[in-house]
Design a protein around this ligand. Sequence first.
Ligand code: ZN
Length: 1015
Amino acid sequence: MSQPGIPASGGAPTGLPAQNRASSASGSLYTNGPVQNALMSSQVSVNEGYNSQLPGSYPHLIPAKTLNPVSGQSNYGGSQNVSPLSIYQGPGQTLYRPPVASNPVTPSLHSGPVPRMPLPTSQNPAATPMPSGSFLPGAIVQPPLNWQYNYPSTGSQTNHCPRASSQPAVSGNTNLTSHQYVSSGDPSLQNNFIKSATPQHANKNPTMSVGYSYPSLPPGYQNTAPPSTTGMPPSSLNYSSGPQGFTQTPLGANHLTASMSGLSLHPEGLRVINLLQERNMLPATPLQPSVPNLHEDIQKLNCNPELFRCTLTSIPQTQALLNKAKLPLGLLLHPFKDLVQLPVVTSSTIVRCRSCRTYINPFVSFLDQRRWKCNLCYRVNDVPEEFMYNPLTRVYGEPHRRPEVQNATIEFMAPSEYMLRPPQPPVYLFVFDVSHNAVETGYLNSVCQSLLDNLDLLPGNTRTKIGFITFDSTIHFYSLQEGLAQPQMLIVSDIEDVFIPMPENLLVNLNESKELVQDLLKTLPQMFTKTLETQSALGPALQAAFKLMSPTGGRMSVFQTQLPTLGMGALRPREEPNQRSSAKEIHLTPSTDFYKKLALDCSGQQVAVDLFLLSGQYSDLASLGCISRYSAGSVYYYPSYHHQQNPVQVQKFQKELQRYLTRKIGFEAVMRIRCTKGLSIHTFHGNFFVRSTDLLSLPNVNPDAGYAVQMSVEENLTDTQLVSFQSALLYTSSKGERRIRVHTLCLPVVSTLNEVFLGADVQAISGLLANMAVDRSVTASLSDARDALVNAVIDSLSAYRSSVLSNQQPGLMVPFSLRLFPLFVLALLKQKSFQTGTNARLDERIFAMCQVKNQPLVYLMLTTHPSLYRVDNLSDEGALSINDRTIPQPPILQLSVEKLSRDGAFLMDAGSVLMLWVGKNCGQNFLSQVLGVQNYALIPQIMTDLPELETPESARIIAFISWLREQRPFFPILYVIRDESPMKANFLQNMVEDRTESALSYYEFLLHIQQQVNK
Ligand SMILES: [Zn+2]
């Protein structure tokens, strides 16, 4: 099959054969190796090593209701016929968890059965034997929810169309500073330093386009050998003054020495910590990503960890070593993040490896001036003539100083061979639920007003197209043909076989029909106010919208307020309120494949569907969400949205809608991730469709989406000291340019277990485990996912204890790099996605899972382990100074009520929500100078905004909260919480270190881990 977009890789595929990929597509594997290992390994009957029993030392801490005799009888401690060790442990691996018989349960104080560890309160005892409680492939019992199967509808992607216009406009569709390296060949551009104006349509981020323009070759060099290339003394090939001082293979030994001398590990990083003695390991400032242990010359060129990071910053050289570490190997990406600076190359020659199609990058090696060696497949390639000229220095013969070789993140303007068809115009189609329920919420008014406000800010150009569909039990189209006096509504009531009336007038040029569009947006909210129609034909409306968009692709924005009831895709309520807390009875899987199939159709036609669900009732997000997941869209969820009763939700919706409408967007995108020969990518996480072995189809790409992949070591990396990973995102900008954004990450290879542990990135590991746990929840069960999370900690720390530590001290010994691992996993267990024993509504849980899969790591971590600050005593000490603003930086506190005091006020930043808890004895100063009230009793029961008072205290906290909000693409609601407020429970729920009715405290959890590790 031809590769859409990015030209096919000529060889050295980085992925597994298709059948392996298909079987690994469950995504729930903790596979550190090829899937077939699972099939080859014998099915051993083993027990979950950590299972059931709690340490005898603290069983009294377990709430009585977990000692449910019924649940105990189907105790998970029983033997199971699974092969949990097959992939986790490579050949020769001997770290089997002991079978249950060798670990008799200590009855301890229990007279009854022993509860399982993470204390689910209402396990269903009648369930079938549980699969393994670790991220192991043998445990999958159900066919996986698989978005990697072969889907025939590749549509236009198989046709390689010539490009329409051969000269792309250089104007930046970017909201960032662009260094435009223009190889126009126009000598008049030679000394130009072009500073273009801020693009009008960019979003609110600071926008400037700075360009360096230069000809491709200086006059006089074009057909002659450059004087400097002949007879060059070998020493000059070392480029000693530049970052290219390293070369991979020829200087391998030297590099190693250099790498050791450039140790970036702080001595602190070499500490071994006994977590039972040093529990408070949370830093007071935001946790920084692990820095790869590379020579500084290499590291300073490396990709920003916000864009691209690996769970292990030191890559184990063999799969056996990886297996021993028991840590997941994978990458976390935020490839389309808004950047303040991005070099853009407009050279007509994009230099790539002839063999594996890797883009030239800072980590290739130059054998001499005319040849470079690929850092992924090691092929030696010629340096093209044009590449010999350095546009920045305007010197010939310095290919290693080209921007492509100096920037790990770079964007290319793509020539015609990167196009399957001429770049399509930006197309925006809005699909509105206008049933009685929808009208009741009043959302239509907000959306239409927001659209009116932002119509000129939609990313696009003169070709931008827009259209609208509304639906209840029927489907309504709107003709917006230029010249009409007013929009014409066309109703199609046959929802069984939807047809498109007058298709040519429904998606119209925004500029030409702007007045009609504005008319429609002004009248739409009033048009249905009297409706009595309660039915919802969402499925047929989506089918109609798909048909309308098929020729061009684009973005479909769907607003839905209830469970669809009519036509294709109609759904039934599945949530049973009384079983909300049950780990097994909940419906995490879609009840129909309608939405997935339609999403794949959309993907094939370059249509992405974004779903806005505004519903107070169960709407089966597990089913509906598939429409966005497989089409590379996003899901937004506003439970209990109501224009009058829930104003703060309205505010959130409006803010997020504005971001949504105006943020950067890429169309017709594909992304490929390559890695050095020997490594293999086998499982992908995020919203997309895997179209061919390793090509992710992204009809839309947005700056707020994150992705993750899992990897294994297929061939030993013993002959190399460095490996690289490269993501290439090919997309059509809203200005109609074809662009390629490339990120390259370079990491060292290590041969010892200790080094693997030292380089572990605990946030990336936790993020990847969360993604894997979502898959496991869906393919197996929530309780299995929870077990697997706990086992990930136990297994890795056991491996560390038995294989790295020489003297076996008592306690829970962890490497410094993993000092927060148990805490973050405990936080995941208490996260909305995976928690038990709560009243979490099903759609809210599903939405949390969607967020795990689709959010960049930084937001996922904040949602999982919120940041807590004391804010009644903010000072300017250590404050940030941004422009004219002073932003206080209070220390981050542990998430425990021990850290609270009644005479203070504490702000919890949980990502999508900010909670300001005010203690009963909080100082009068804070009450009057910040909250603007005279005494505690006067704090309103519902307070979601702070007054802007003319006091330094007020200015400080408002500056701090605004700054927190600016950091993210969504709008966190602020709740001010009094001591007796019902919201206080939400606040306390996030106190991850404390014990709740259904979950262990951090200390209890550590004791449990210790007991399992020290077995
Ligand atoms: Zn290559």
